[in-house]
Design a protein around this ligand. Structure first.
Ligand code: ATP
Ligand code: MG
Length: 350
């Protein structure tokens, strides 16, 4: 099967006035969301809700690749809604839903899977990376990018906020959309990457050579719901580099990471921070980073505690989200089923 496009994704020139449909997801895995999820994803979601029509979902089907404990997954999905809301996602402005509440995702994934080449899927580097890192090398993990393509195309999203790690999957999504459109007629909008103006990537505090991840955890991961003492301890024991200067640089991954974190938490540019810490040691600097992160997350933890105390409300948010998302998903699938030649079920005469 040939790649339909071969064309590269154009950089997106986002006009402030254009109301794009944006879609993004997060897996309800881990102990809570982590600092990198907030910095690289959710704070941007919260900021774009007025400008764009947003769909945010909890990718609970994607979480299954890790084979989580069933009770834990259920609890974590509900907690994740509370965390997203606590971080500023607003269900009165955005559609917030659980992926598994819309069976259309799996249905479309099957259709797209029948258009995707085996070799094409084999080229996805995340499968190899995740399998090498200990995720079971299941068929589900292998076809994960196809389900991700279905998630995106279902909503005719024009923009998808993604990190560099997801770029290859978005290219596959575009290829599949173009292939479907060429074969069955124009059906899917081609999604573009939504480049946040600030694309910070937070690194693991214990191993700044790799990104902070829910799946890694441990002392290198700051959870959004960590208590202040734990945050402080983790940041103070972050691996830093030899040398004493608080300066960003390629050979100073640990300090660069802490500067990024402090910059995001305080809104001060890294350059200003470097000047402010000239001549000061790592100890003072780390204490200030810890303090800034504690201040950043304290109101979020307070809002989370309130929201988590009302599971009925959280379920209501997901129910409303499923209804809103379902209206779009059903329309897409009605078109898809018709175009690919599935016989519509006859209505039973009563
Ligand atoms: P997992 O280990 O389960 O894959 P994760 O922390 O990588 O967890 P995801 O659910 O895969 O989280 O990703 C959610 C979003 O958070 C994505 O948009 C991803 O790009 C972003 N993200 C994840 N980790 C970081 C990080 N360290 N820095 C910046 N953004 C991140
Ligand atoms: Mg991830």
């Amino acid at each position: 099967m040939n790649s339909a496009s071969g064309d590269k994704m154009p950089p997106m020139d986002l006009q402030p006035t254009a109301r794009l449909r944006v879609l993004s997801g997060i897996r309800p895995t881990g102990q809570s969301f982590q600092l990198g999820n907030y910095v690289g994803a959710v704070r941007h979601w919260a900021a774009m809700q007025d400008e764009h029509e947003c769909f945010f979902f909890l990718a609970d089907l994607h979480a299954l690749t890790e084979v989580p404990d069933p009770d834990r997954l259920r609890a974590r999905t509900r907690e994740s809604v509370a965390e997203l809301l606590a971080m500023g996602v607003d269900p009165s402005r955005s559609t917030v839903f659980a992926q598994s509440h819309l069976p259309q995702h799996v249905e479309l994934a099957w259709v797209l899977g029948c258009l995707a080449g085996f070799g094409e899927a084999q080229r996805m580097t995340q499968f190899k990376e995740k399998a090498a890192a200990g995720t079971p090398a299941s068929v589900g993990l292998f076809t994960y990018p196809v389900l991700q393509a279905a998630d995106i195309l279902m909503y005719q999203a024009s923009a998808v906020p993604i990190g560099e790690d997801q770029r290859q999957h978005l290219e596959l999504t575009r290829d599949l959309a173009q292939r479907f459109n060429a074969r069955y007629g124009e059906t899917f909008a081609l999604p573009q990457p939504y480049a946040a103006r600030t694309g910070e990537r937070i690194k693991d505090l214990q191993d700044p050579g790799r990104k902070m991840s829910k799946g890694i955890g441990g002392n290198g991961t700051v959870w959004v719901l960590d208590d202040p003492g734990t945050v402080t301890k983790k940041i103070k024991s972050a691996v830093t580099d030899t040398g004493r200067e608080v300066l960003a640089g390629e050979d100073k991954a640990g300090i660069t990471n802490l500067l990024t974190i402090l910059s995001v938490a305080t809104g001060r540019p890294v350059r200003d921070l470097e000047l402010a810490y000239a001549g000061k040691g790592y100890g003072d600097f780390k204490a200030d980073v810890a303090q800034a992160v504690v201040e950043l997350f304290t109101p979020i933890r307070a809002r989370y505690a309130q929201l988590a105390a009302d599971p009925g409300h959280l379920d209501g948010v997901l129910a409303q989200g499923a209804a809103q998302a379902g209206a779009v998903a059903e329309k897409t699938m009605a078109d898809v089923r018709e175009r690919i030649g599935l016989l519509a079920p006859a209505r039973q005469a009563c």
